[in-house]
Design a protein around this ligand. Structure first.
Ligand code: ZN
Length: 264
């Protein structure tokens, strides 16, 4: 069975060092899709701890704990919809969670509080958001058994280029003291279903992806700056590069309509 130490060793072998900043997206199932009882000793909590071990001492780890507007947002109780590893991670001692009502991140480490601060005051991946700050500091991105569909930092490229489809709106609900739920209007996030097909070859061609297997889970490590740079190139070639081709995808269909409108 895979151990916490195996995971730390794999992450370190890819180049992560104590003191580094790390964004991790994960699938616990990927360690052994066929046998839920034979994945990692200690379960998803051990994976969450291993992420922190890999950058300790001195480093900080961040994971998505998005609720996607599924629940009335309460940072203490709203579950993460980004997998069981992230759900354990957000409950670790010392974990901090940002306050964005649909796309909060959780962090552990000396930089967690400053990176996660004020997320309720900015767009979810806009200037001043946690992923924006992590990109500015060239944080690592680690994909554990998931591909670039999960690679949220690529949205920073859309923000930098002020893509015409960004300013779509949705409503979400935030818990307020006394039990009331307040309706808030937020940007509607884009779809990332097609990102692996376009981003993976681009990043590999740039030599930006390091890879290791841990059990049956494929770990991919890259710099967030490489992800954003590759995405900018894709969008400059084709403003619709990040949009999927599912005919029933409302997000991508409305984004295409906005691109057509902005193109005259
Ligand atoms: Zn789509």
């Amino acid at each position: 069975m895979i151990t916490r130490q195996d995971i730390v060793a794999a992450i370190r072998s890819l180049g992560v060092q104590p003191g580094d900043l790390l964004i991790a997206h994960s699938s616990y199932r990927s360690f052994n899709p066929g046998d839920a009882s034979d994945r990692v000793e200690g379960g998803p909590a051990a994976v969450a701890e291993a992420l922190i071990d890999a950058v300790s001492p001195g480093g900080s780890v961040f994971v998505p704990t998005y609720n996607y507007g599924n629940d009335v947002w309460d940072p203490a109780t709203s579950p993460s919809y980004d997998g069981v590893i992230t759900e354990h991670f957000r409950k670790l001692p010392g974990a901090v969670r940002s306050l964005h009502p649909t796309h909060a991140l959780a962090g552990v480490g000396p930089d967690a509080a400053s990176i996660l601060a004020n997320h309720d005051k900015v767009q979810h991946v806009g200037e001043g958001s946690p992923l924006w700050k992590l990109w500015q500091r060239d944080a690592w991105v680690l994909l554990i058994g998931v591909s670039h569909e999960a690679n949220s930092v690529a949205h920073v490229a859309e923000e930098l280029l002020a893509m015409p489809y960004l300013d779509r709106r949705r409503t979400a609900h935030v818990a307020r003291p006394g039990g009331a739920a307040e309706e808030v209007i937020l940007r509607r996030p884009g779809c990332s279903d097609s990102w692996a097909a376009v981003l993976d070859p681009r990043l590999r061609a740039a030599g930006a992806v390091r890879e290791a297997m841990v059990g049956q889970s494929r770990f991919l490590l890259m710099r967030s700056t490489a992800v954003v740079a590759a995405t900018i190139e894709l969008l400059k070639n084709d403003p619709a590069a990040l949009l999927c081709h599912r005919c029933d995808c409302d997000a991508c269909n409305s984004a295409r309509a906005l691109l057509r409108r902005s193109g005259g």
